[in-house]
Design a protein around this ligand. Structure first.
Ligand code: HEC
Length: 256
């Protein structure tokens, strides 16, 4: 009987060890399981397809289309554009992430009013455009002075302790990489934090972008999250992505 309990203990310990050592493997396994159950279809592709529909059908004043928008590689070029964002754009004279750049395209190039598009549409367009950078390495640069300034804002926000819990992004992501919070593995930017966003999030059956993901983390530490398309979002994305340079994008991602 004692031997039985001893063996059981060993098995449990070994299991716990595997569990603790390979959070990334565990996430992969969960994803595999879900894909098998859904017949192999990645639900994120539905949002990508929706984004493509918007991308090809939207028309603005004077016959402008989304192909007239420059996402960093020249008008109409989507291949690899997301891998280099956020970056400085001369036409808007500011640093933009993909969410913001899509809104700039809709409002400035197509001339749409704020009431002529919504967040879901932006998310689908982001998913479609990002999908052209799937499996490409993140390559964010700080060549422009505005990019450097944005990086510094991002860095300050990253270490800024606030809220009732006196927490910062760094307090979790830099101090505890490899640990878990409610089964979710924590990563630091060098390990590729942000590399699988936009992602299909199956517990909500929704597609979310990196801006949504940043908001979730603010919510989790009870700090009011920044508005979409605002400087804190762009700054944090630029900061994380710069540190994550070289990691391959897996987009659309698939997560819990
Ligand atoms: C309380 C700890 C904690 C704090 C503080 C925190 N996060 Fe997170 N964050 C997590 C956990 C846990 C996950 C993983 C969730 C998941 O994958 O389901 C995560 C996931 C993320 C992700 C996406 C996961 C990935 O691998 O791509 C990003 C990006 C992120 N956090 C950014 C931030 C930013 C920016 C801040 C500061 C505003 C922040 N986090 C603060 C715990 C935290």
């Amino acid at each position: 009987m004692r031997r039985f309990f001893f063996s059981l203990l060993l098995v449990l310990l070994a299991g716990a060890l595997v569990w603790a050592l390979s959070p990334a493997e565990e996430a992969k396994r969960q994803r595999q399981l879900f894909l098998e159950q859904s017949g192999g279809a990645h639900p994120g592709e539905l949002f990508v397809a929706e984004g493509e529909e918007y991308y090809t059908s939207l028309e603005g004043a004077g016959g402008k289309t989304m192909a007239d928008c420059d996402f960093g590689k020249g008008p109409g070029v989507l291949e690899g554009a997301y891998a280099e964002l956020p970056k400085y754009f001369a036409d808007s004279d500011r640093v933009e992430d993909l969410d913001t750049r899509v809104v700039t395209c809709l409002t400035q190039v197509l001339g749409l009013g704020e009431d002529e598009f919504d967040r879901d549409m932006v998310v689908s367009l982001v998913s479609y455009i990002a999908s052209f950078s799937h499996e490409m390495p993140i390559q964010v640069t700080l060549d422009d002075p505005q990019e450097k300034e944005m990086f510094q804002i991002g860095e300050r926000l990253w270490y800024w302790r606030a809220g009732q819990m006196d927490m910062s992004c760094a307090a979790c992501h830099d101090r505890y990489p490899g640990r878990r919070v409610r089964l979710a593995p924590i990563r630091n930017p060098e390990q590729g934090l942000s590399d699988h966003w936009p992602a299909y999030t199956f517990s909500f059956d929704k597609m979310y972008t990196l801006e949504n993901r940043i908001n979730f983390c603010y919510d989790s530490i009870q700090i009011p999250h920044p508005e979409f398309y605002s400087t804190p979002h762009i700054a944090l994305s630029l900061y994380m992505r710069y540190r994550a340079n070289g990691n391959e994008l897996d987009v659309p991602g698939f997560t819990r």
